[in-house]
Design a protein around this ligand. Structure first.
Ligand code: FAD
Ligand code: NAP
Length: 557
């Protein structure tokens, strides 16, 4: 119960992924009474739901971890450089126990309505079971990739086999031994799952609509001396993250430890600006191929002109094609695995473990649904324009209704009962991805219009939760009743968000990504995250707070 009102808490947070978890810790520190409502039966969000074989992060775990507790940083051990889902979920559970978070979380509770009560200045939340809770502040920590997208395919209800979605994978072991498995989708989830499913299944058929650009992931175990060096330098790593466009320090223990490295080199390496490095255009195709031979296709991602110079992007594409054609034995399959329709950088970069090699297995086949369109699902499999594939299990790796899906599904209504879906009919409108005008005292964590999915998400989450906690503290100390953005702040910000995305690979006319909402039928095509970089964004947020929130309208009774 909140001290100030007859509400159930000072703040109700929806979602107990990393954002909701950190919110409990941080809001408690600010002296706030907090209650979290979570649809799942435990913490972890993404890492609770996405248990498919092969699921893991694509940011080094030392970096994809919380920075708020130096003791936690020192105590936690990551077994691999890029951790697998079970280890990330174990980390989430460790944090929950270490900071005694569970007592403020109500699990198995899906929120079905979030309504502002004008008279009482309270947010009223209704759960799917009809329970009603209220609080002065509401924080939507509902995730950017938490609403699985399962496209409708005719006949889907007739399928007699088992249907799974990578984003809703069962907790119990799924035994696919000897079974005929079909996978629809070759984004990050599909690419991670396909090699693992192929090892288990009797036969695996991949239904691919758009080929993917994927490069081999770092698959190293964490070596103790490297881990020790990282841990010694954690304070610097966190500082470097704050200065990096994507919230990643790129700290390199080998360079820091090198006896040949001078102290001025060290200073350079710690600075956020990369030193002058060769580009694709200056180095040329032959030299880059030698680098690929030495270190793999991932070297292509290291070139700064890859995403800014169409000529460089084209050379990278040629190299990519040539190398994939060499890896996949069946030339027809290899050709189908490649695209010329769009370049690197339109979609989120995918990292894999043995993706292309998997197509060399006898028990794997590829159906290119651009040439062989899916017509319907039958009782026993999938019918395409060129034939029928018999299946025992069908796996949807078809992604998410990203960034806005969880918010629009929560049925949020603001002042005078105005639905958020009306406000967002032409795409999401927010100020800094943190608040919406007409929805006082409601906050979103990593909302559209913030760097969120273009950033190391744990860095983005900590920054947002800290900002919200400081804002609520300010309101309480100054006896302010409500805060919401000025209409002009919102429109100026959205204009800026659009401007910085124009001319980038992300918004190229031939690019159809979930960043643009293009994966969901009927969704407005608009680039949703902020591409101007995390440091620039954070500066803007800090300036607002330091100046007493001039871009917001506050009311007091
Ligand atoms: P989530 O973890 O999505 O948690 C949101 C929670 O809100 C969920 O548990 C959900 O059940 C709950 N919820 C939603 N709506 C409601 C409702 N109406 N009522 C009650 N509860 C609700 N990011 C990176 O930076 N690096 C990575 O390597 C990376 N890998 C990823 C891999 C996968 C497979 C996926 C899907 C995403 C990945 N991400 C990655 C993004 C990832 O989502 C974030 O890193 C982070 O985990 C998000 O945390 P969150 O708490 O904001 O959201
Ligand atoms: P995704 O990137 O949206 O990929 C979905 C796949 O399903 C695409 O290949 C898509 O094809 C296909 N698809 C969708 N509808 C289809 C239909 N009707 N018929 C045929 N194919 C269809 O989703 P995701 O792979 O789940 O990844 C989403 C995001 O989650 C990632 O971009 C990343 O941010 C995060 N993630 C990260 C990791 C990681 O490595 N850490 C792993 C998994 C997920 P089209 O391209 O043609 O639409």
């Amino acid at each position: 119960m909140s001290k100030d009102t007859n509400a159930d808490a000072d703040v109700i947070v929806v979602g107990a992924g990393f954002a909701g978890m950190y919110a409990i810790y941080r809001f408690r520190k600010a002296g706030l009474n907090v209650k979290v409502l979570e649809a799942g039966s435990d913490v972890g969000g993404t890492w609770y739901w996405n248990r498919y074989p092969g699921a893991r992060c694509d940011v080094p775990s030392i970096e994809y971890s919380f920075g708020f507790s130096p003791e936690l940083e020192q105590d936690w051990h990551w077994p691999e450089v890029f951790s697998a889902q079970p280890d990330i979920l174990a980390y989430a559970n460790h944090i929950t126990e270490r900071f005694d978070l569970r007592r403020d979380i109500q699990f198995n509770t899906r929120v079905s309505a979030v309504e502002y009560q004008d008279e009482q200045n309270l947010w009223r939340l209704t759960t799917e079971t009809g329970e009603i809770l209220s609080a002065k502040y509401c924080v939507m920590a509902t995730g950017c990739l938490s609403v699985p997208n399962r496209p409708h395919i005719d006949g889907e209800e007739t399928f007699k086999g088992r249907t799974l979605h990578t984003g809703l994978w069962p907790k119990e072991q799924v035994d696919l031994t000897g079974l005929r498995v079909g996978v629809i989708g070759t984004g990050s989830s599909g690419v991670q799952a396909i090699p693992e499913l192929a090892k288990q299944a009797g036969h695996l058929t991949v239904f691919q609509r758009t080929p993917v650009y994927t490069v081999p992931a770092n698959r190293k175990a964490m070596r103790s001396e490297i881990e020790a060096t990282f841990k010694e330098n954690y304070a610097d790593i966190r500082e470097m993250q704050q200065k990096n466009i994507g919230g990643v320090s790129n700290f390199s223990p080998s360079r820091i430890n090198s006896s040949e490295t001078t102290s001025s080199d060290k200073r350079n390496e710690k600075a956020s600006e990369p030193r002058s490095v060769p580009t694709i255009m200056t180095l040329g195709k032959k030299a880059i191929q030698s680098l690929i031979d030495e270190r793999g296709l991932g070297v292509l991602l290291g070139f700064r002109d890859l995403l800014t110079d169409p000529g460089a992007n084209e050379i990278a594409n040629e190299l990519y094609r040539e190398n994939v054609l060499r890896q996949v034995k069946d030339k027809d399959t290899a050709e189908h695995l490649l695209t010329e329709e769009f370049g690197f950088g339109c979609k989120r970069q995918v990292l894999d473990r043995d993706y292309y090699e998997t197509y060399n297995r006898d028990n794997v086949s590829l159906v290119d649904v651009r040439n062989s369109a899916i017509q319907c699902i039958t009782e026993t499999g999938i019918e395409t324009s060129t034939g029928h594939t018999e299946l025992d299990v069908l796996v949807y790796a078809t992604g998410f209704d990203a960034m806005t899906g969880a918010l629009t599904r929560a049925n949020i209504t603001g002042r005078q009962g105005k639905p958020l879906t009306d406000k967002w009919v032409s795409g999401p409108v927010t100020y800094l991805g943190l608040q919406m005008q007409g929805f006082p005292n409601l906050f979103t964590v990593t909302g559209p219009g913030s760097p969120s999915v273009l950033c190391n998400m744990l860095v983005a989450i900590e920054q947002h939760v800290n900002w919200i906690a400081d804002c609520i503290t300010h309101l309480r100390d100054k006896h302010i009743d409500t805060i919401e953005p000025l209409a002009s702040s919102e429109s100026d910000w959205i204009q800026h968000v659009n401007e910085v995305s124009e001319g980038t690979m992300y918004t190229a006319p031939n690019c159809n990504s979930w960043y643009l909402g293009a994966n969901i039928e009927g969704k407005t095509r608009i680039f949703m995250p902020y591409v101007g970089g995390y440091p620039r964004y954070k500066t803007k947020c800090d300036e607002e707070a330091e100046a007493g929130y001039p871009g917001f309208q506050c009311t007091s009774s």
